[in-house]
Design a protein around this ligand. Sequence first.
Ligand SMILES: [Zn+2]
Length: 297
Amino acid sequence: MKIFDAHIHIGGDSKPDPKALIEKMEAGGVYGGGLYSIDPLNPDFTYEERMNSLFSWVEGYEDRLFPFAWIHPHEDNVLEQVKDCAKRGVAGFKFIAGTYSIRDEKAQDVFRLVEELRLPAFFHTGILWEMSENIDDNRPGNWEQFVNYKSLKFCMCHCSYPWYDECLAMYGKFNWMTNHAQKAANGEHTLYANYPWVKDHITEKDGKRIAETPEMYMDTTPGANGLYRDDLLKKLCYLVPDGNRVMFGTDRHAETYQPEVTSYWISEQNRVFDEVHATEEFRNNFYRESFLRFIGK
Ligand SMILES: [Zn+2]
């Protein structure tokens, strides 16, 4: 299977070398993945430099390495940046709420624009090892606000470790709401057909009623390790048996990608999947299809 690693960072302290990265990924059993641009809070790089670096890192491997722009909603001209990223052809965006809340007005303006552009967004969720006080901003419940969006595709990275029970419950809620909107759009019976949320999420397109709802994904990037990882993966297999919208990621850096770490995670995960008899469908979605669906491939 051609595995995708959804979660790779670009550090900025070395020259882009996509060929070397692909070789290391292959050595770790991975075919391609998603790359996040240099941290927008890194004072050594301008926006232009961060974008140039991002696109240099995927050059020549555009069907295997996908560029995600890491954006800070409080930057000057942030809305122009987001539009510019879309013009340059990013696969999507990455956000880490280390020094802001995803509920603040500037952040909301950015997410509304991302939704309008129909591009997906990765969010760090869960405990954040960063030099600021931000625990309340990274608890998964904050992302429940996206029920009010129409079509935003967003991913809860790290399954919000250590609060993955809350993250999984929210995944259930988003699915449940979406199912009811879809049923109502198809004219099937649902008790909720006339509830405001359901009505708000049905539109007419070419004379047909369709449900337009936000889509929540999860990436299982550690975060959860050892005992916690087994627990998380088992709960995922139990609650999301088809693995739909669940992704694999490593949180490695492009310049120092470690094949032995990637293959370690793959074999540890497969040990758990074998133990709980995870289906082929689950594994296909987990390692590959969910990521490709997220980026619209
Ligand atoms: Zn990360």
